[in-house]
Design a protein around this ligand. Structure first.
Ligand code: PMP
Length: 389
């Protein structure tokens, strides 16, 4: 039987960029001692206190269909948090709770793009972006950021393809580059959105992981609140990747329609997960900082290790759990380097090419193994690169 073009072409027909990762996993399954610096998952599990709150909610009976847009308590909690952190008045009517940020990305594009519309996104990009856009029937168009600009996108490059487009998707702090967009970058982007009447979809799932500079939500910039949808998540901030709890924040009318979409797709997020999220967002024991701390530490370690050599360049690592390393001096592509490093030293990293054309000749290193192993792996990686320059 024939399947839809939409689903069979979700990946755009090419490789999905996970070849090195899959090979590493196979080697690990076969018993080889692989150090995996690949995916964006913490090396700690969800905190016991959060799990206790989840357990209490579940045994207390919050296991039926949960109220569709999200519980009032969680929507209020998210709204207050956003209002406090950005200064933008936000109420529960601006918030839809979704099963993770990924679902929020899909709902956001569904809400603003019609079939065949152009949806812009910045390259390098988180691997699901083009597929998410294709999934709603829109046409993904990448705007390249440049290594020479430390991957801060140029407003003029976006403006050059913005005519007739419906939306622009950005992500700061950024996966895969670890870059935090500056106020200047974001103001330039905001102006392009206003000039070309674009929706801005701002993926801010790493907003609690900022090591340098300041996280600015573009929803807070003049003229942006009515055209911005912010994607948030418990996954990265609270090591709750498996709980699938995120949100979209936007204008009331957009949220109202997205609630209708949720009714026809996800049918909400389990109540006991939402209660655990409320607990996690309101506890004042410094959990959020505790979860970010290992990455903060390892990023400093990495800076020290990389300072002592010149075979590998470090893109300014300002946020998120990743380092983007420039390995062009080795003469290899990111893919060749990642494959060779895996074969020679059993260290798995992601080729920059997995995240678009702009990150060619780079590799992404996830800082997701304990400090000593991480430092040792990075030293090995640098030594490996030095042997080629
Ligand atoms: N956006 C970015 C940039 C990500 O890196 C991820 C997860 N790796 C997501 C969104 C989705 O996260 P989740 O669905 O777990 O909230």
């Amino acid at each position: 039987m024939q399947l839809s073009h939409r689903i069979t072409h979700l990946n755009g027909g090419g490789s999905d960029g996970w070849d090195v990762f899959n090979r590493a996993r196979k080697m690990a399954d076969a018993g080889e001692p692989i150090i995996e610096l690949t995916i964006g998952e913490h090396d700690i599990r969800t905190d016991r206190k959060i799990l206790t709150a989840m357990h209490q909610a579940a045994t207390g009976g919050h296991t039926g269909y949960a109220i569709m847009p999200g519980t009032n308590l969680l929507r209020d909690t998210v709204a207050n948090r956003v209002a406090e952190r950005t200064g933008v008045p936000t109420t529960r009517d601006n918030v839809l709770i979704t099963p993770g940020g990924q679902s929020a990305l899909f709902a956001s594009h569904h809400a603003v793009c019609d079939e065949g519309d152009t949806a812009l996104f910045i390259d390098p990009y988180y691997a699901t972006y083009p597929g998410t856009i294709r999934g709603v029937g829109a046409n993904p168009v990448a705007v390249q950021a440049h290594a020479d600009d430390a991957f801060q996108p140029r407003a003029a490059d976006i403006a050059a393809v913005a005519e007739g487009a419906k939306s622009l998707l950005i992500n700061s702090p950024n996966n895969p580059t670890g870059v935090v967009y500056t106020r200047e970058t974001l103001e330039g982007i905001a102006q392009v959105c206003i000039d070309h009447d674009l929706w801005l979809i701002s993926d801010e799932v790493y907003d609690t992981q900022v090591w340098e500079g300041e996280h600015i939500s573009p929803r807070a910039l003049p003229g942006m609140v009515e055209r911005t949808l912010v994607v948030g998540s418990m996954s990265k901030s609270h090591a709750m990747t498996g709980s699938r709890c995120g949100w979209v924040i936007g204008p009331e009318a957009a949220i109202e329609h997205m609630i209708n979409l949720a009714t026809h797709t996800t049918y909400g997020v389990p109540g006991y997960i939402q209660d655990a999220a409320v607990y996690a967002l309101t506890e004042d024991g410094g959990l959020e900082e505790e979860i970010a701390a290992p990455f903060r530490r390892r990023r400093l370690l990495a800076k020290q290790i990389l300072e002592g050599q010149n075979a590998v360049g470090l893109i300014p690592a300002q946020g998120a759990m990743y380092l983007m390393l420039d390995i062009r001096a080795t003469g290899l592509t990111g893919e060749q380097f990642a494959n060779a490093l895996l074969d020679t030293h059993k260290i798995a990293v992601m080729p920059g090419e997995s995240f678009g054309k702009a990150a060619a000749g780079h590799i992404r290193v996830a800082m997701t193994v304990e400090d000593q192993t991480f430092a040792k792996a990075l030293e090995t990686l640098c030594g490996f690169a030095a042997g080629m320059v």
